[in-house]
Design a binder for this molecule. Structure first.
Ligand SMILES: Cc1cc2nc3c(=O)[nH]c(=O)nc-3n(C[C@H](O)[C@H](O)[C@H](O)COP(=O)(O)OP(=O)(O)OC[C@H]3O[C@@H](n4cnc5c(N)ncnc54)[C@H](O)[C@@H]3O)c2cc1C
Length: 436
């Protein structure tokens, strides 16, 4: 974010707001909201800009909480940790490390702000574990008139379940209290397996590991499996040079080289994908949990991800594969499959059901609409709900029937933001007008 413009991670969302505010505390934030109100401007809050959709884009006031990033309180006995909302997941992990604590489950990067990640239902993988927002215990939120609310399960059950996955449509989250766990280590085992045999036993495999994940490069007959399980084993030493070689040179630079070649010569993509699968290799290492969960993502892409009922996972993957191969789509990025347990945040894509997440990606600079449109149709036919931070073409009309508690969320939205101060075009597309 520059002094006067903002853009997101993949550079496809941009805006030039009338004002960008970077408050250091709740008083400065209240001042920023006063100024926006006096000028009749709408307000959006930016996290770290890692959403692919236009959630943050505004021509009104953009508020960044990057300076509100402190750890406010840590109780090592209960594991409750209160942080300012702008803290990044990486900074949170480092702070928890110092207190012998860790987050229960994480996604694959740590650059997001905690508030931004929870606001879109960001998740990791693990059939017994819910998304990141389910680990919250209390949320402080400032509404447009400067009122600071403390939301938790007891004081305001509906407000609480709405604010956990809020899309930033209710107000500015200023602090979050999270239930951390005693620090733990994971053994991460990556390796290939035949795709069809993997799909036949997908359910069993997903349950057999604390965190199971599957990647598949279109046109290959091999899947790449990632299995992370808790262990008491000692950390496997990995020098900086080795980590750089494995994570940066082989994974990121390798993927980048294959992707560039495929972008220039789409007819080579099936062969390149099979080759990428063969050279992906295997690894087996033990490390503190967040170092196993998180890895650097240097290759730019755009992404769509759908949450479908877990029982339909293999069927969905086979359908996507069938369409890619039948239409010979030039897709040179892997499909990623993860699992989470159902939860009760009103707008969580995993609301009320055990869920399989299927993500599709397209390399920087390549056309994505055709592929994403085809996958979106398949996922919609499976009662899919889109990840709020990733590309999709749903609207409030198509989303409302997919969320049993839609009306309850809208009632909270009308109560907390009656004037629609925290709206923009994207929010109106996916949630409808405020008060509507
Ligand atoms: C490389 C990459 C890897 C990713 N990996 C995963 C993954 O493993 N799992 C997964 O589920 N997702 C993943 N994502 C998606 C990402 O986690 C979400 O899009 C997340 O919302 C980004 O967080 P952010 O801090 O960048 O928020 P932003 O994208 O900046 O904002 C997201 C939303 O949060 C709102 N918001 C932010 N801060 C506040 C606040 N203080 N108060 C109120 N509203 C606020 C914004 O208004 C916006 O609506 C990935 C994205 C990228 C680019």
């Amino acid at each position: 974010m520059s002094a006067s413009t903002w853009s997101n991670w993949d550079g496809r969302q941009r805006c030039a707001p009338q004002a960008i505010e970077r408050p250091r505390d709740v008083d400065e934030l209240r001042g920023a909201l006063d100024r926006a109100r006096a000028a009749g401007r709408r307000v959006r809050v930016a996290g770290s800009g890692h959403s692919f959709t236009g959630l943050v884009v505004t021509d009104g006031t953009l508020i960044s909480l990057e300076r509100m990033n402190r750890v406010l309180a840590v109780d090592p006995t209960s594991g409750l940790v209160q942080v300012e909302a702008g803290i990044t997941i990486g900074a949170l992990n480092a702070a928890l490390d110092r207190h012998g604590l860790a987050v229960e489950n994480l996604g694959d990067i740590d650059r997001q702000s905690l508030a931004g990640a929870t606001a879109t239902g960001t998740h990791g993988t693990g059939t017994r574990l819910r998304n990141l927002s389910s680990q919250l215990r209390e949320i402080e939120l400032m509404t447009a008139d400067g009122t600071l609310l403390t939301l938790d399960e007891r004081s305001d059950p509906d407000g609480w379940r709405a604010a956990r996955v809020s899309l930033g449509a209710l107000g500015v989250v200023t602090s979050l209290t999270l239930q951390a766990l005693p620090a733990y280590r994971l053994r991460g085992v990556d390796g290939p397996a035949p795709l069809e045999a993997t799909l036949e036993q997908l359910d069993r495999l997903a349950d057999a590991h604390d965190h199971f994940e599957l990647y598949w490069f279109p046109y290959s007959r091999t899947a790449l499996l990632r299995r992370n399980d808790r262990t008491d084993a000692a950390v496997t030493p990995r020098s900086r040079a080795r980590a750089h070689l494995e994570d940066i040179v082989l994974v990121n630079h390798g993927l980048s080289a294959f992707s560039r070649l495929g972008r220039r010569h789409p007819s080579l993509i099936p062969s390149l994908n099979r080759l990428a699968t063969r050279v992906a290799g295997s690894s087996d290492r033990v490390d503190v949990s967040h170092r196993i969960f998180v890895s650097p993502r240097l290759v730019r892409f755009t992404e769509m991800e759908y949450a479908i009922p877990r029982a339909r996972a293999a069927e969905a993957i086979r359908a996507v594969r069938g369409e890619i191969e039948r239409r010979r789509l030039p897709i040179n990025f892997p499909i990623e499959v993860r699992f989470v347990a159902g939860d009760d945040a009103l707008l969580s894509p995993a609301y009320g059901r055990d869920t399989c997440y299927i993500a599709v990606h397209v390399f920087d600079g390549m056309e994505y609409e055709t592929y994403f449109g085809i996958v979106e149709e398949i996922m919609s036919g499976l009662d899919g709900r889109p990840h709020w931070g990733k590309r999709h073409r749903q609207t409030a009309a198509s989303l409302a029937p997919r969320y049993p508690e839609w009306a309850r969320f809208q009632a909270v939205r009308t109560r907390l933001d009656p004037e629609g101060r925290f709206a923009n075009g994207e929010i109106e597309r996916v949630l409808g007008p405020a008060g509507g």
